[in-house]
Design a protein around this ligand. Sequence first.
Ligand code: ME8
Length: 511
Amino acid sequence: MQNYYVSTPIYYVNDEPHIGHAYTTIAADVLARYHRMAGCNVLFLTGVDEHGQKVEQAAGLKGIAPIELAEEVVERYRSLWPQLEISNDDFVRTTEARHKRAVTEIWKRIEAAGAIYKGFYEDLYCVPCETYWTATQIKDSGHADDKRCPDCGRPVEQVKEESYFFRLGDYQEQLLEHIRANPDFIGPESRRNEVLRFVEGGLRDLSVSRTTFSWGIPVPGDDAHVIYVWIDALTNYLTGAGFPDKETPHWPCDVHLIGKDILRFHAVYWPCMLLAAGIPLPKRVYAHGWWTVEGEKMSKSKGNALRPDQLIEEFGTDSIRYFLLREVPFGQDGDFSHAALKQRYNTELANDLGNLLNRSLSMLHKYQGGVLAACSSEQESDRGLVAAVESMQRDVDAAMQRQAFHEALEKINGVVRLGNRYVEDNAPWALSKQGETERLATVLYHLVESLRLVVLQLVPFMPGKCAMMLSQIMNEALNVEALRLVDHGGWGLLAEGHACARPSPVFPRME
Ligand code: ME8
């Protein structure tokens, strides 16, 4: 069985989950579900990032210990994911013993390769981004105020302390070669070019330890230092794969899904760390775009961060999952608005898909007592529908390999629209009136069978709604997680004589 490994970033525990965190995790979930359905042995990993100065400061503001803050926030993530139907196989916390072992081990391997040395760091640091900056980088970033982070615009602090350094610069050429030789290593293309330009500009050695706070994993053999939180956090992807205690059949990871904000860490620092440690690089890093909410950037100070649990109450899990992956081409920025969600839901799910299922099953009950009969009168339009379903299956598969969720959904919706046209063109009501029973049976069969296969492709996106739709078609409660494309994806598997359930609305209109 082929392995497939997909990861999300591990989220900081200084703040509660919002729609941005849900976005990456839903996208990863869709890939995980799709690949399970395609027969792969999947590892889908998510988790939380608990260490570092930012979390320590957030806890300090609340007057609690960092671990207490972590315990509180980790529960928010752990309880949110099932509500969003997230099917992760594991959940890494960076305070776990297995993770500390992994981080200690990778540090030792990098050190053994001669890529770590002790020095003195004297420059600037952005705590919210957990990022080092030089004064020149800050000046070049064009901020009028020379004390602000080029990424987030918040004040940076002066850091002056003994530090271990990673010889990042030594891996520059190897990394460039790797990126050039593996066009799929970084996606989308625009991000790949951005990384190439950054690396070509030259890599400076990276400070990888801190001494002025203690909330982290100690440097092996030097307790006065804690390991830089990004070295710690990135290693979670190995921890979840079993490193260093077990065999790691899932490594290298098939795709690290991340937001564009943390591309440099994943496409530069992480591969260089792995090159130094002699560990294979992930196959792909894909950086998606950024969501605003009702036209505004989400921020703590504005208090406008969209909380997924509130949205679930308002719209339901599957509508949110569908909207997030359909509204914006994966990789581009987008805006979340209530109006846009309702609009898409009403047109694509209620009108097009829900309606097609409802009218198809209703007609089947009205004209044939809910029972499918033999297809003895095939015509060109039937063959057209079958061909469209089969090409949709191929196109969806190709799109999923490129994380092009919007394309996959567009292909699926294309078949739904074709199905609605097919109904109009073949007018089952007229066939019934004219007593053309064989032709009527053929049309109804093609409708129901094409819907079954459309819904099967939608299972990874909307597992709950698809379970409802399939249970109407199959007339039994189904465990959608057990469905496999090889067993259930072929045309013609619905048998003559199969009785469908009576339809009930799956996507009631939103007002
Ligand atoms: O960066 N739009 O954690 P984090 C889209 N701990 N995605 C968004 C988003 C938005 N407005 N806001 C957040 C960290 N995200 C580190 C990661 S990994 C080894 C360590 C998503 O809690 C997006 O995936 O700040 C982004 O990369 C991630 O949340 C940042 O989460």
